[in-house]
Design a binder for this molecule. Structure first.
Ligand SMILES: Nc1ncnc2c1ncn2[C@@H]1O[C@H](COP(=O)(O)OP(=O)(O)OP(=O)(O)O)[C@@H](O)[C@H]1O
Length: 270
């Protein structure tokens, strides 16, 4: 589990990116931080692996303050996927995925065996293992980025707008894949996105952020849709314009998602 305790981050130029942010993230959940540009999502994500240190407050992983962990060791123990895959251009796919394992001291043979295994998990064909990143499509590069993040079998996976730069069809595939991986691998995933639809499609817990790193609402997709906290949230999730023609109804003890014309769109997991 991850706990943010009254986290504030002020950058040296005085920008207050996050103010007094608290959040409990249960182990094994998929939490989406969603909000407009500049609302502090990336700053919060990076506080988890100490790419950013908060000005005040604390982040605890399983009860231990991350500030007490050596930053490099902490970072290598947490998977990180970013928007532009971040693959090293002069290294082959297999070597990119094996990088953290090699840095952790694993012999090349074992690191490559694990890299092949995890590339299989994310659906990269063997014929691509020896390619360079420039020889991959955007969607393939993101899959390799996910494989690299999973290689050291971290308990926590941080994903920062991982599918922001791919087309909508590939994006939908990668979202489905993320759901599958999350179900199968039982990681704690924290996912940053601009896209409320993506957040609702993926997350158990959605955190809607306003500018200045302030929380507008925290809840499950169902809770937020059923009870938006204020006008900002209504607008953000598109309830004000009826863009989102969905409502939640209770039927036979189950929460049913119903469209504006009364069709059942799905059943929410309890
Ligand atoms: N290194 C930095 N120095 C100064 N200000 C920064 C720095 N990094 C981020 N900021 C500022 O902090 C605020 C929050 O930025 P952050 O990147 O966390 O937001 P975000 O919600 O992830 O935005 P986006 O969706 O555009 O990536 C912004 O005003 C940004 O300009």
């Amino acid at each position: 589990m991850i706990d943010f305790e009254a986290v504030t981050k002020r950058y040296p130029d005085g920008t207050e990116a996050v103010r007094d942010f608290s959040l409990h993230i249960p182990s094994g959940s998929l939490t989406a931080l969603v909000g407009s540009s500049g609302s502090g999502k990336t700053t919060l994500l990076r506080c988890i692996n100490r790419m950013v240190d908060p000005t005040s407050g604390a982040i605890l992983i399983d009860g231990e303050n991350v500030a007490d962990r050596p930053a490099v060791q902490l970072r290598r123990s947490i998977g990180y996927v970013m928007q532009q895959s971040g693959l090293l251009p002069h290294r082959k796919v297999i070597d990119n995925v094996a990088t953290v394992l090699r840095l952790n001291g694993q012999p090349k043979k074992e690191a490559h065996a694990r890299a092949r295994e995890v590339l299989d998990v994310v659906g990269i064909a063997h014929s691509m293992f020896e390619r360079y990143p420039s020889q991959l499509s955007g969607g393939q590069a993101q899959r390799v980025g996910v494989a690299r993040a999973l290689a050291a079998d971290p308990n926590i996976l941080l994903m920062d707008e991982p599918f922001g730069a791919v087309d909508p069809i590939v994006r939908a595939e990668l979202q489905a894949e993320t759901r599958r991986l999350h179900r199968e691998l039982n990681k704690t995933v924290v996912f940053v996105t601009h896209d409320i639809d993506e957040a609702f499609a993926l997350a158990d817990i959605v955190v809607i952020m306003k500018s200045g790193g302030q929380v507008a609402q925290i809840g499950s997709p169902a809770e937020i849709l059923a009870n938006p906290a204020d006008n900002f949230v209504e607008q953000f999730v598109g309830l004000d314009t009826k863009r989102r023609h969905l409502r939640i109804e209770e039927r036979d003890g189950e929460q049913i998602v119903v469209t504006a014309d009364g069709r059942v769109a799905g059943v929410l997991d309890s």
